[in-house]
Design a protein around this ligand. Structure first.
Ligand SMILES: [Zn+2]
Length: 89
């Protein structure tokens, strides 16, 4: 049973490493009010939600694989909106 737990833990860590570290980690801004992806203006240093036009404290920065961010945006272009429900860790 202990062997099975170690294997299961190892598999989840390998998947996490392959998806988040060896792949292409990317920082995205998520609006806490509407749970959609926003954008960060590096020139002014302000993150803004393009849907509800909020900025500052309503935005949260998380790391995702770039392919995931691209999938979210492509689905959004087809009017399929995925929302990221964030909880405090
Ligand atoms: Zn928003």
């Amino acid at each position: 049973m202990e062997r099975d737990c170690l294997i299961a833990h190892g598999v989840s860590m390998v998947i996490s490493e392959r998806m988040m570290l060896s792949s292409d980690p990317y920082e995205v801004q998520v609006c806490r009010q509407c749970d959609l992806l926003g954008y960060h203006n590096y020139k002014s240093g302000i993150s803004t939600c393009s849907m509800c036009k909020k900025s500052g404290h309503n935005m949260c920065t998380i790391k995702l694989p770039y392919a995931t961010k691209l999938l979210f945006q492509e689905l959004q272009s087809m009017n399929i909106v995925l929302r990221l429900k964030l909880t405090e860790a």
